[in-house]
Design a protein around this ligand. Structure first.
Ligand code: CP3
Length: 353
């Protein structure tokens, strides 16, 4: 078994004692870093960057070279699974993700197949093992996937930035079709995350970016249920080490108790909820990850430190907090403000441990 030089993140995810609060940032490798934009230009486009394990490793490492982050996250995208299912993912410049063949017809939905990660997503597994080698046990590597519902939103809508009219129409008029998509996708995610774990991912996170658009009646049935299915199929150990998991439903503040009972180790919070209240509501069931408003990174190092202190103080003493943003870092963030965030979390959190 390999010994990590800094395993603070893994301990915090398992609610074990740590010396300070670990921190990483969603989308920490990305367009706010000039070195990322250079590598991306060399790759040609975002998807080619994801599909080239050398370059994916290079950009994964970039934020770690600048900042003393407590984790690396695989550089990839949640839409690799629908791409491997044959939907034809592409990124139109400045317009976000799109699919050439969105899922609308019953015939196409019924013929969806579960990708084989070692064949259809080998570029992701190669990136994971190469990143692990390059990291040389400095900090743990987080693997990830989208939630079935979030993936289905893109698969049915065919693109991001919509009003979710297509998927909601399907949900209310042909729920059995949507359930079929979600079932096949959930099984695909289990295989995908387990393959990432076998290739070297030391923790995994499920991004449920769109679960929060569901009604109270539908969240459990169309999103949480399938994340539970994934959790029950997930490898919990690899080479004798626990592999903790995180579930993040953006806009899921109303359903924290239900999410905490799903069998997850940690729960991601967006910035709309007070972390003290969240901790009260979930008790000692799960660790909490979050939850600074990413827009605070447009301010100044001094304001950032004040806002960091508020969250640390609200979480309070003890274990089980992983500091993060409430959603991905914006491409317009000044890199020195990300530095201020990470240094503030490290220096201000010691007194709570
Ligand atoms: O956190 C990390 O550093 C790992 C990398 C990562 C990316 N996407 C890289 C990326 C992760 C974890 C994701 C997940 C992802 N992808 C989610 C869930 C998290 C979230 O943000 O809610 C979603 C919904 C996607 C789908 C997706 N990919 C969208 C909507 C976009 C366009 C966003 C935008 O800002 O334009 C992407 C592209 C994408 N994924 C970029 C990056 C760095 C920007 C691509 C570029 O370089 O042009």
């Amino acid at each position: 078994m390999t010994k990590l030089k800094n395993d603070t993140l893994l301990r915090a995810l398992l609610r074990q004692p740590t010396e300070y609060t670990p921190v990483w940032m969603m989308r920490q490798a990305g367009r706010y870093l000039p070195e990322y934009n250079k590598t991306r230009a060399r790759a040609g486009d975002f998807l080619s960057l994801c599909k080239n394990p050398d370059l994916a490793t290079e950009v994964t490492m970039q934020p770690l070279e600048r900042y003393s982050l407590d984790a690396a996250i695989l550089f990839s995208d949640i839409l690799t699974i629908p791409d491997a299912m044959g939907l034809g993912l592409y990124f139109a410049e400045g317009e976000g993700p799109k699919f050439e063949r969105p899922l609308r017809e019953e015939r196409d939905i019924r013929s969806l197949t579960i990708p084989d990660p070692s064949r259809d997503l080998s570029y992701v597994m190669n990136a994971v093992s190469q990143i692990r080698k390059t990291l040389d046990n400095q900090v743990p590597l987080i693997g990830f996937s989208g939630s079935p519902f979030t993936l289905a939103c893109y698969m049915v809508e065919g693109r991001g930035g919509t009003d979710f009219r297509q998927i909601k129409t399907m949900l209310y008029t042909r729920p059995e079709l949507l359930h079929h998509i979600l079932n096949v996708t959930a099984q695909s995610v289990v295989n995908y995350l387990n393959a990432q774990i076998e290739s070297g991912a030391q923790a995994v996170m499920i991004f449920d970016t769109w679960g929060g658009i569901l009604s109270h009646y539908n969240y459990q049935e169309f999103s949480l249920q399938y994340m539970k299915q994934i959790l029950s199929g997930l490898r919990r150990e690899q080479n004798g080490a626990r592999i903790p998991n995180v579930i993040f439903t953006k806009g899921g503040g109303l359903w924290l108790e239900n999410i905490a009972e799903s069998g997850c180790d940690a729960l991601g919070l967006d910035w709309t909820i007070n972390i003290a209240e969240a901790r009260n509501r979930v008790g000692d069931k799960v660790a909490l990850q979050g939850n600074l408003d990413p827009a605070i990174l447009f301010s100044t190092p001094k304001i950032i430190a004040t806002e960091v202190e508020k969250i640390l103080k609200d979480y309070g003493n003890g274990n089980g907090h992983i500091f993060n943003l409430g959603h991905g870092i914006s491409q317009f963030t000044p890199p020195e403000n990300a530095l201020a965030l990470i240094e503030s979390v490290h220096s201000l959190s010691k007194k709570y441990h």
